[in-house]
Design a binder for this molecule. Structure first.
Ligand code: FAD
Length: 642
């Protein structure tokens, strides 16, 4: 309970109108690119509710490029006449870090343009704001925290320190015993469609295979689970057996041989065919790893499940060293475990600190703490006189060298903005955008590289924030974190109680709070990449109204017995839809090279090409902020080494 909730554990909003652009003339981006809505004093995307993440307006140009229809109606690009030292495509943490590293090498006077298709900067590191009376409540719309299964590199740590973030100071900001002081503990919600009845039971394994405090607490939790879970007697007996017995299920094999077998079978198969537990138990475990991989245990290898601490392996004498083909997410690392920091808006604070460094007048303040409540002035992001300009609502649609890539002196970037296409030129370009987009915008790349880039199709996710008037129903039901294996959102948690820089977390059940809910739209039973593709299509085709109805129904059903009334208790909903979410990480069940060795697609994908370098977390096939930073650094090194 007192433990921080990491990604491993986490195992009718009406959009505010963005004000019409009544733009003071001194704020206008002079030149042929007219000022957009960002220049209006009312423009403030973090406060928008409803459908966020990849919001309407952010993806249409890219999808039309993909469909081959974009240039049919684009008209002739308008030459903006703008010339930069560097153009960065993608304003996520990788792109912003690239701009920062470049200026450190090329000098503060160097001119940089950052383009992003969204109405806000930060990419996945997205800030959601809510108002409740005089109080501002924050939520993370994507990237949750500084955390990584492997230790941060010297480069990534260096940047975090340069931004003023003291990771070791985190304990002083988090009220780690707050929920426990109200007697709250993790629970499982069983729904009657998946199991036999709606019921809330104690979760004896809030973290996949982890301890829920100590052995005593865990065995009490197990007793409570057995008492309350609407499972058959056989399933309960199997569950207890799985958690307690120490059996070598693959006798006669060496540790390496066992790992090689486990790497090729899903954890579901291990449970059903090797340990032979009831199908009800398999159903209960199935969605647990979704927060890490975006798929359930049908598509996660048993070897990875062992690494994550899932039960069933205690008697198998597996060598604790990672096995070949293990997903890096599943390799425990004590040093990395300690390196954790959560801002109330997640790593949006990192993006905001980077923007403050690049364009100080856009976000006031001096410290990593005061960034939390600082209000960004979006009108300052794209000013003619500024060395760095961040241009939102702008989708790069073509990136090409001016002449032969081997000898060209410039790259021309065409981007769609406000229904028109503009061009700008730069000495260098860094593509810090999603890799699947790159083959469509950079046709000059070799085919082999384009194929590798295209294979980096991302993991779809929904990160939903619901603002509540109070959390009395949670208190009454004795829980702050609910795993709901059969529900629309499979996890729902009260906000992690962090107070920093004048921002105060919700301390009393009577006070307003943000609840975070997580869904992955996977399709169990298919290969992981197919699940991601179908999930992506589902997310694009589901209206906000449908999502909202599902959210209200789920909250009413789970919390109703605690007195929750969705009509009275919900004050706002923000659904962060990420059809292109986590970077795809390699999986020993489907990616042969991951077990058998050889060059990985991300190594082929990230090769520099003339004056163009390639960053983004996709470049390391690793869905973490340190990866986004490391590859920004590498990309800058490639273009500045000459
Ligand atoms: C829901 C969610 C939760 C996560 N939680 C964590 C976490 O807790 N900790 C962690 O370390 N990592 C987390 N991650 C991983 C996260 O992806 C990375 O940490 C990091 O934020 C990625 O940064 P990036 O710049 O590489 O990519 P992104 O943040 O995706 O930024 C790339 C940007 O490029 C833009 N772009 C794409 N195409 C174009 C184009 N043609 N023109 C202009 N712009 C374009 C994209 O729209 C996007 O804004 C999470 C990811 C998601 C989706």
């Amino acid at each position: 309970m007192g433990r921080r909730i990491t990604r491993r554990d986490f195992l009718n909003g009406v959009a505010l109108t963005v004000g019409a652009a009544i733009v003071p003339s001194h704020l206008m981006a002079a030149g042929v690119v007219p000022p957009g809505p960002e220049a209006s004093p009312d423009y403030y995307p973090p406060a928008l509710t409803g459908l966020r993440g990849s919001h309407p307006g952010s993806f249409e140009a890219a999808h039309s490029l993909r469909d081959g229809t974009f240039w049919d109606h684009a008209g002739t690009p308008i030459d903006s006449g703008e010339k930069y030292d560097l153009i960065v495509v993608g304003g996520g943490i990788s792109g912003l870090s690239a701009a920062h590293f470049f200026r450190k090498t090329a000098g503060e006077k160097s001119r940089v343009l950052v383009l992003d298709n969204h109405d806000d900067f930060g990419g996945h590191a997205k800030r959601n704001e809510f108002r409740s009376g005089q109080r501002t409540m924050l939520g993370f719309g994507g990237t949750f925290s500084i955390e990584s299964p492997a230790p941060y590199s010297a480069v990534a740590k260096g940047l975090i320190e340069e931004l003023g973030i003291d990771v070791s100071s985190y304990p002083k900001y988090v009220s780690k015993d707050l929920y426990r002081s109200f007697g709250l503990s993790p629970k499982i919600f069983f729904d009657k469609e998946t199991f036999t009845a709606d019921a809330l039971a104690t979760n004896p394994m809030p973290r996949v295979g982890g301890e829920s405090e100590n052995d005593k607490t865990r065995s009490h939790a197990l007793e409570m689970f057995v008492k309350d879970a609407p499972l058959s007697a056989q399933a309960k007996a199997d569950y207890v057996r799985l958690l307690s017995e120490r059996v070598d299920y693959l006798p006669g094999l060496s540790s390496d041989e066992k790992k090689a077998r486990l790497a090729r079978m899903s954890y579901n198969s291990f449970l059903a065919d090797v340990v032979k537990v009831s199908p009800e138990v398999v159903k209960l475990f199935q969605p647990m790893p979704q927060p890490l991989f975006g798929v359930g245990f049908d598509a996660v290898s048993a070897q990875d499940a062992w690494g994550l601490g899932a039960p069933g392996f205690d008697g198998m004498n597996l060598d604790p060293a990672p096995g070949k083909g293990m997903n890096r997410d599943a390799i425990p690392n004590a040093e990395a475990e300690k390196y954790f920091f959560h801002f109330p808006d997640g790593n949006a604070s990192i993006a905001r600190l980077l923007v403050r460094k690049l364009i100080p007048e856009a976000i006031p303040g001096q410290s990593a703490a005061d960034i939390v409540l600082a209000r960004a002035n979006y009108a300052r992001l794209d000013q003619k006189e500024s060395a760095v300009r961040i241009r939102l609502n702008s989708t790069a649609v073509r990136v090409k060298h001016q002449g032969d890539p081997a000898s060209a002196q410039e790259v021309e970037v065409a981007y769609a903005r406000g229904g028109k296409v503009y061009t700008a030129r730069a000495s260098h370009c860094i593509l810090a955008c999603w890799h699947v987009v790159i083959p469509y915008i950079c046709e000059q790349l070799p085919d082999k590289q384009k194929q590798a880039l295209a294979s980096a199709a991302k993991v779809p996710l929904l990160y939903t924030n619901v603002a509540l008037r109070n959390w009395k129903a949670f208190q009454k039901l004795g829980t702050n974190a609910i795993y709901a294996p059969g529900a629309y959102h499979s996890y729902m948690n009260l906000d992690l109680p962090v107070s920093i820089g004048g921002y105060e977390c919700s301390r009393r059940p009577e006070d307003p709070i943000v609840v975070h809910m997580m869904k992955t739209p996977c399709k169990p039973g298919r290969p992981a990449r197919d699940q991601h593709l179908l999930g992506r299509i589902e997310l694009f085709n589901t209206t906000f109204e449908t999502m909202e109805r599902n959210i209200r129904e789920q909250l009413a059903r789970v919390l109703g017995p605690g007195g929750f009334d969705p009509a009275a208790d919900i004050t706002a909903i923000t659904v962060n839809r990420w059809p292109h979410g986590y970077a795809y990480e390699y999986n020993s069940l489907w990616d042969k090279f991951w077990l058998e060795g050889g060059e990985t697609p991300c190594e082929i994908a990230r090769q520099p090409f003339g004056r163009i370098a390639i960053a983004n977390a996709d470049a390391g096939a690793y869905a973490y902020t340190d990866c986004a930073i490391d590859h920004a650094h590498r990309a800058v090194g490639e273009i500045t080494k000459a």
